[in-house]
Design a protein around this ligand. Structure first.
Ligand SMILES: Nc1ncnc2c1ncn2[C@@H]1O[C@H](COP(=O)(O)OP(=O)(O)OP(=O)(O)O)[C@@H](O)[C@H]1O
Ligand SMILES: [Mg+2]
Length: 344
């Protein structure tokens, strides 16, 4: 398989599509460093001690079942959690601490430095204003631009997102566009102020499958062209396989495993990663995939044991005695006392 920069890549999931993501040659100092991040909503602990970092030019996948804490992590990074949420830990953007930063600073960081597209993005557009007015407004939050310059930049970006008639689209109201076009307009709003980091949270789940991949590829293509870093949140391991450089597998609010995408697919170490891979249909398999028994956990209060213990085939007494500390082995970090065999 040929990546956009001409280098040869293979697809760890064995699906034959092209990875539009970036290659490590772009990677450098971390853009964002998340350390020991925890998020609580009252008694519910959504995120427990999550750490990872993302470099410029890197596509970092975050994968996990519903309720794993993916969106809570993303919203904590950009300060968009409700005031009732309690956040602990650190989020550094290019060394600057964002946890506890002023509302004004966070508002400025959103869009200009960190662009984001959320799950419910289609409702993010104002139904009574044109796409053009909304895109120019994003630019104006981050420094005044004339309407004309703003519209020009917006039109260029829509063209980059392969919208056929950008000028007409800028004059349109959201309801006049198809779902796929509206989604591209929302993506344009996230990208227009040229942020260096993009957080894409299930950006395409509201669209039908054929449109989904196209829109995601367009988003990643624009990020790649700009060397931006991407946090790509999805519950779809196939998408991660085709797009991400590294991946964090979230379960019960912890990072069960973090690895480069090839290691994760070839040599998963956390039993949850293994179970997730087995539950995924792969090309070439004769339909042999096993759903993970049991259902996802909701954590109340402090996490005191491995959150996967109740569903894990390898569970032992010590799994319930405390949360396993992160264990680093080569490029992989996992939190498990009884990992899957190392096949590397
Ligand atoms: N505003 C909130 N108030 C209370 N609990 C919340 C809130 N937002 C999230 N939670 C809880 O926090 C946990 C993590 O939720 P989160 O939305 O981060 O999951 P997710 O991994 O994004 O799931 P999905 O794949 O369904 O989007 C869940 O148990 C959820 O019920
Ligand atoms: Mg979510």
């Amino acid at each position: 398989m040929l990546a956009l920069d001409g280098t040869q890549r293979s697809d760890p999931a064995g699906t034959e599509t092209q990875r539009p993501g970036l290659t490590p040659q772009h990677a450098g100092a971390p853009l964002i460093e998340v350390s020991d991040l925890s998020v609580r909503f009252g008694a519910v602990t959504a995120v427990s001690s999550v750490s990872f970092s993302v470099a410029k030019g890197e596509v970092f996948g975050v994968v996990g079942e519903s309720g794993a804490g993916k969106s809570a992590t993303a919203r904590a990074i950009i300060g968009l959690l409700p005031p009732t949420a309690k956040i602990a830990g650190s989020v550094r953007y290019k060394g600057e601490e964002l946890v506890g930063a002023s509302k004004a600073r966070l508002r400025q960081a959103r869009g200009a430095q960190i662009g984001y597209v959320f799950q419910d993005a289609l409702t993010a557009l104002d139904p009574v204003r044109t796409i053009g007015a909304q895109l120019v407004e994003v630019l104006n939050v981050h420094g005044h631009v004339s309407r004309r310059d703003g519209l020009e930049r917006a039109a260029d970006l829509l063209a980059e997102l392969k919208i056929n008639d950008p000028v007409r689209t800028l004059k349109a109201y959201p309801h006049q566009l198809s779902g796929g076009m509206r989604q591209r307009a929302v993506i344009a709003a996230a990208l227009i102020a040229n942020p260096e980091l993009i957080i894409a949270d299930e950006v395409t789940s509201a669209l039908d499958v054929t449109v989904q991949r196209k829109v995601l590829d367009l988003l990643l293509g624009v990020c790649a062209a700009r060397g931006a870093g991407v946090i790509l949140i999805t519950h779809d391991l196939g998408v991660v396989a085709q797009t991400s450089d590294r991946v964090a597998v979230l379960y019960g609010g912890i990072v069960a495993e973090e690895a480069d995408v090839f290691s994760l697919f070839d040599n998963p170490r956390h039993p949850y990663s293994g179970a997730l891979l087995n539950s995924m249909p792969r090309l070439g398999d004769q339909g042999v995939f096993e759903p993970i028994p049991g259902s996802a956990i909701q954590v109340f209060g402090d996490l005191r044991a491995c959150p996967f213990a109740d569903r894990c085939a390898r569970v032992a007494d010590d799994c319930r005695a405390g949360v396993p500390a992160p264990f680093k082995e080569g490029g992989t970090t996992y939190r498990c006392l009884h990992p899957l065999e190392d096949t590397a």
